[in-house]
Ligand binder design. Structure first.
Ligand code: SF4
Ligand code: SF4
Length: 341
């Protein structure tokens, strides 16, 4: 494991981080084993959130004995000062610590949320206050919107930006990465497997490791999963021509119609399960059409309710042509159902 400076903080952290959503599924004992194994193998960067159910508590319980050796990041979705201040104190209690290394504003994809955070009485006031009081060392932000992410990097207010980064969603590499490097802002790379679209983990990490100033935070749900991913970091990174061709093949297979499952398009006024409909082809290829058409039937059967009102398209940060994709995926689903019958 190598350690690199985290933006301009003056603190070095492990190049590979720990994304703490999947530990929600584990018992406290299993989570502790998984988290401690990550520490033993050299991971020092841990990212969680107030919104991740009991993830903060599991981290607090498991990592208190090694608190001084790790870099703890968490986040809030609150946009006003009073609620953000409550979340900071709650995170401190749950994480079993008296300081948070990196406190982030969570999922700030819309201008109106950003304005609330920055307005008088907004969450930024509470975070700056907490920083003055020593409860927070550094401030970061997370987003799925490329234009907003670039704006945050330009603002000079944050030491890090957390953004989806993988070899399918390459806008981040083309536009956000050079800017972040220039400004000395670290990138926490979320969704390293593009939400499950990338099944070749070795290829995923070859791509990520070829970018400096990038700290992937894959999720782990077992000691074995930690060991498997850390193993990718045990030898020098080499991206061959064959690797690049393999990445390109996955990219072109998914095309420009890749749904990031960010859910910003929800809710649909007609009750359409948009995300389920959008990811159906991926599900069918991973599970088999037979299994997927059964598994996803409840959501897929809502698709004919779509009136093509376009409300979801306006909310999708990637401006995906949702209604036409849903139609196409519904036809595919019907074909699978017929084949099964
Ligand atoms: S276009 Fe269809 S899926 Fe999208 S919000 Fe309107 S009814 Fe719902
Ligand atoms: S359709 Fe767009 S907004 Fe909805 S989940 Fe997919 S990427 Fe996100």
């Amino acid at each position: 494991m190598q350690y690199f400076p985290f933006g301009t903080t003056g603190v070095s952290v492990s190049e590979l981080g720990f994304g703490a959503i999947p530990i929600i599924r584990l018992s406290f004992a299993e989570a502790e084993r998984t988290l401690r194994r990550a520490c033993d193998l050299g991971i020092t960067l841990f990212d969680t959130a107030n919104a991740y159910h009991d993830s903060e508590e599991k981290i607090g319980r498991a990592l208190a004995p090694v608190r001084d050796t790790i870099f703890l990041a968490t986040k809030t979705m609150k946009r006003d000062a009073a609620s953000a201040a409550e979340h900071i104190d709650l995170s401190l209690r749950r994480l079993n610590t008296d300081y948070i290394d990196l406190f982030q504003f969570h999922q700030v994809a819309l201008e109106k949320d950003w304005e609330k955070i920055m307005a008088p009485g907004g969450a930024m006031e509470a975070v700056l206050e907490a920083q003055k009081a020593g409860k927070i060392r550094f401030i970061g932000i997370t987003s799925h919107s490329l234009s907003m992410a670039k704006k945050y990097v330009e603002s000079g207010l944050f030491v890090s930006i957390q953004f989806p980064f993988n070899f399918i969603e390459t806008d981040a590499a083309k536009e956000l990465h050079p800017l972040a490097r220039e400004k000395g802002v670290a990138i926490l790379a979320m969704k390293p497997f593009a939400g499950g679209a990338i099944t070749d983990a070795a290829l995923a990490f070859k791509y990520l490791r070829s970018h400096e100033n990038l700290f992937p935070i894959p999720g782990y749900d077992s000691v074995e999963s930690v060991e498997q991913i850390v193993a990718f970091y045990e030898k020098p990174n080499e991206v061959t021509g064959n690797d690049l061709a393999a990445m390109e093949a996955v990219r072109s297979e998914l095309g420009g119609q890749f749904c990031r499952r960010c859910e910003y398009c929800q809710p649909c006024p007609q009750g359409v399960s948009i995300t389920q409909g959008m990811i159906y082809p991926l599900l069918a290829s991973r599970m088999s059409p037979e299994v997927a058409s059964e598994f996803a039937s409840a959501g897929m059967d809502t698709l004919p309710k779509c009136t093509e009102c376009g409300a979801c398209v306006k909310k999708c940060p990637y401006t995906l042509p949702i209604p036409s994709m849903l139609k196409k995926h519904y036809d595919l689903y019907l074909g699978h159902r017929k084949a099964k019958a």
